[in-house]
Design a binder for this molecule. Structure first.
Ligand SMILES: *[C@@H]1O[C@H](CO)[C@@H](O)[C@H](O)[C@H]1NC(C)=O
Ligand SMILES: *[C@@H]1O[C@H](CO)[C@@H](O)[C@H](O)[C@H]1NC(C)=O
Ligand SMILES: *[C@@H]1O[C@H](CO)[C@@H](O)[C@H](O)[C@H]1NC(C)=O
Ligand SMILES: *[C@@H]1O[C@H](CO)[C@@H](O)[C@H](O)[C@H]1NC(C)=O
Ligand SMILES: *[C@@H]1O[C@H](CO)[C@@H](O)[C@H](O)[C@H]1NC(C)=O
Ligand SMILES: *[C@@H]1O[C@H](CO)[C@@H](O)[C@H](O)[C@H]1NC(C)=O
Ligand SMILES: CC(=O)N[C@H]1CO[C@H](CO)[C@@H](O)[C@@H]1O
Length: 513
């Protein structure tokens, strides 16, 4: 009698606590995909339920009550059509309005308002860009003791590289991760993709550790913690923090960061984890038509450079490679990037970097996968990109190079050209009209993401060696079917638009399908 009573009390209690914990969790963590779509792209079909970056940035600042942490490459939220040194110079008030410059000012004001509400604000950035550098964060910090700003120069730590991650964390629970810079143009003149989390403490906490680690680096004297190491994997000598895996274990220092990475002996390259840390936070996806109920799928975060890893997180490079390799047999991987190079861009010795192109060729051969790659063509296009893309397209020739091959996959590559991309820059220069029709550094597809049939990966890094080894970057990835499916829709809208034009194979080597 007593025992059965105890048991039923226990059962009721267990059910109660189960339903409590699942309902509080399910009600809390919401995720939306976020885009910026440049003005004057009438032929792009819009994916319903995707939020706009400008709204999300204003909300993150507007909703914050205690803390607001922003990590940015640079700041240019306030347009400067009157500054002759600016790429905005010479455009009229009406033109700036048509370009959507107001959105940037509104975000800037929302940040100022948060600072005035006595929210504890932190800004961490690279040195900024011409002509203002760090003027905007410094202005917000000036005279407000609750606002802290630091400039972190990763070149002092890795020989080259910058803070390139774009992350907002508000009240340790709302967050943005994606391609958008703190720049008015990133809201209405550059195509961006990111993800917005609301009420996601568990995920925000993990990203905050990375944020704090970078904050700590900014306060240390790099020359006391760096060394030159022989990088066996990439065959160069390079500057690395003294706790790097490239430093032999005996010479390796203790990381001054509070959350050091796995203990491993000397390794010849960065270890690929067989069990990178995944978490099962149920995500509500109210922006996806049929995806409002939270289900538990595995999700992950990945970080660059590798020396800034902690716990059991994977490197950003591994997360990209694993996303490509997650593709099912005969299924499709979609990849979107601004830059693509199979090498390094900023190092003294140039590194050859086949990691992503190899992963693509591997799934084309073995899994009969189709890989669709969308690369930006714009006014700052890297000249040798086309050579690397043609090299990757040659996979199609190799695939069919023997009648004994059972290779049924293919690579398809397109350039994405935002209309007006070849007419950007100040409207006025040395007193005369330039003929440009959009401000400098605009009209480009800047998103960095990949999505297979089962896994979505949303990052902040361009697909070039430096971003994975010397530059700060963060990605969020997930097997959540709603996010996977909506990210595919975003890609397909671009891929099938008239703004995407096929990259031609090497001349004379066209592969007939
Ligand atoms: C807070 O965020 C929500 C969406 O998560 C948004 O609807 C609301 O407008 C934001 N509030 C402010 C004051 O920005
Ligand atoms: C950093 O450390 C180096 C080497 O110990 C030293 O020469 C230099 O003065 C330090 N710089 C600062 C700003 O403390
Ligand atoms: C790397 O540095 C070592 C030690 O200074 C030197 O002996 C070696 O030649 C260098 N290798 C390259 C490829 O620069
Ligand atoms: C590409 O080549 C052109 C012409 O040679 C040059 O002016 C431009 O600076 C190059 N761009 C880059 C990003 O290398
Ligand atoms: C820009 O590209 C378009 C389409 O390719 C072309 O018609 C136009 O002449 C180009 N403009 C400039 C300034 O090169
Ligand atoms: C959404 O609904 C459509 C039609 O009912 C269905 O085919 C699709 O699989 C659903 N997507 C997800 C992610 O559940
Ligand atoms: C590192 C950095 O950018 N520091 C700036 C932060 O803001 C103050 C103004 O309060 C500037 O004086 C600093 O230069």
């Amino acid at each position: 009698m007593k025992l059965s009573l105890l048991i039923s009390v226990l059962i009721v209690f267990c059910q109660l606590s189960l339903s409590l914990s699942s309902s509080t969790q399910q009600a809390k963590c919401k995720a939306w995909l976020v885009q910026s779509i440049p003005t004057d792209m009438p032929q792009l079909s819009l994916v319903p339920g995707v939020l706009s970056t400008a709204d999300v940035f204003r909300w993150l600042a507007g909703n914050s009550t205690k803390r607001l942490d922003i990590m940015a490459q640079y700041w240019q939220l306030v347009a400067e059509p009157d500054d002759p040194r600016s790429g905005d110079f010479g455009y009229s008030k009406e033109e700036m309005q048509r370009f959507g410059a107001q959105e940037g000012l509104d975000v800037y004001k929302a940040i100022e308002n948060a600072a005035d509400r006595n929210v504890r604000v932190r800004f961490l950035q690279h040195s900024g860009v011409y002509p203002d550098y760090t003027k905007e964060p410094s202005d917000v910090a000036s005279g407000r003791p609750n606002v802290k700003n630091v400039t972190l120069l990763l070149g002092n730590w890795w020989g080259s590289g910058i803070v390139h991650a774009k992350v907002w964390i508000s009240d340790r629970r709302d967050m943005y991760i994606g391609s958008a810079n703190n720049d008015w143009k990133s809201l209405t003149q550059v195509k961006e993709v990111g993800i917005y989390f609301a009420g996601c403490r568990k995920i925000a906490k993990m990203v905050e550790i990375y944020y704090n680690n970078l904050w700590t680096l900014a306060s240390l004297n790099a020359s006391e913690y760096t060394t030159t190491a022989w990088d066996q994997q990439w065959q160069i000598n390079r500057t690395v923090p003294c706790w790097s895996y490239f430093v032999p274990a005996k010479e390796r220092c203790r990381s001054p960061l509070p959350h050091p990475f796995l203990k491993l002996k000397y390794v010849a390259d960065y270890p690929t984890l067989s069990d990178p840390f995944m978490f099962q936070v149920p995500l509500d996806t109210p922006g996806y038509s049929n995806g409002t109920t939270a289900s538990s799928y595995s999700s992950y975060l990945s970080f660059a450079p590798p020396e800034l890893l902690f716990k059991n997180f994977q490197t950003d490079e591994q997360a990209w490679v694993d996303t490509i390799k997650s593709v099912g047999t005969r299924a499709v991987v979609r990849i979107n990037t601004m830059d693509w190079l199979g090498q390094s861009q900023y190092t003294k010795q140039t590194v050859y970097w086949p990691s992503l192109s190899s992963a693509i060729s591997e799934v084309v051969f073995s899994k009969k996968a189709t890989v669709k790659l969308l690369v930006a063509r714009w006014s700052h296009f890297i000249n040798n990109t086309d050579d690397y893309l043609k090299h990757l397209l040659y996979t199609n020739v190799l695939c069919h190079s023997s009648s004994r091959n059972h290779c049924k996959g293919r690579v398809e590559i397109k350039y994405y050209e935002v209309p007006g991309y070849n007419s950007t820059g100040p409207a006025l220069s040395k007193g005369s009209r330039t003929g440009n029709t959009y401000p400098g550094y605009t009209r480009v597809n800047h998103g960095k993401y990949a999505v297979s049939d089962v896994r979505a990966h949303i990052g902040t890094s361009n697909l070039v060696w430096d971003y994975f080894y010397t530059t700060a970057g963060v990605s969020f990835g997930t097997y959540d079917t709603a996010i996977v499916s909506q990210l595919q829709q975003i890609f397909d809208a671009d891929w099938n638009s008239p703004y995407a034009v096929p990259v031609e194979p090497l001349q004379g080597l066209a592969f007939a399908s």
